[in-house]
Design a binder for this molecule. Sequence first.
Ligand SMILES: O=C[C@H](O)COP(=O)(O)O
Length: 249
Amino acid sequence: MTAERRPLIAGNWKMNGLRAAKSELRTVAAGLAGLSAETMICPPFTLIGAFAADVAGTQLMIGGQDCHPAESGAHTGDISAEMLRDAGAVAVILGHSERRIDHQEGDAIVKAKVKAAWRAGLLPVVCVGETLVERDAGEAAAVVTRQVRQSVPDGATAANLVVAYEPIWAIGTGRTPTTDDVAEVHGAIRHILGERFGAEANGIRILYGGSVKPDNAAALLATADVDGALVGGASLKAADFLAIARAVG
Ligand SMILES: O=C[C@H](O)COP(=O)(O)O
């Protein structure tokens, strides 16, 4: 991490959480005072409005987990970026591998969603990552480079983009790449961002995601070009999420 990139610790609750989970959220918000990192929880759509109202005035931000490219219209079951913003979200995760797999989302649709996020004034967190087969074939850096090239539209800046590197084989498995491997891929992402966006790339935050836990967070967060974490399972427990946020040096 560098002084020009404030660390971001984001929790992705995925399809978890009922209204009673508000007590967990309040524990997180109450435990953040004095921490240097920015922090965010991305609950399911159903909880965004209530959570945003609950954490107003605290350091904790609320984000969405996906949005439709269009502002409104005949898209049953979908949510627009404007709706997320209206509910109190300030950011949105886009292109998560679970969306890419469950809903066959490719780079072109992710790119359209990033434009929608910008249109609505949301900060997109664009996820990229390789499969185990691609990792074993030595293609990890090439795969994420291609995904960043094709998923991120022209016009990205340090203020309007976050990238999250999430090796698919590390998500929810308890396995993580070595810190050398993480540094290599984050370096490749920084490189393609630099090719496309020049000096802005030095300020764009690149998060690591995939089995981040309290006991491995410090090492991962101290790795070159790692500017924070996108946390899944461990973000569901306030104590674990706070421990990860405190691991930021
Ligand atoms: O968005 C979060 C990631 O998919 C990581 O999930 P995990 O921490 O449960 O491995």
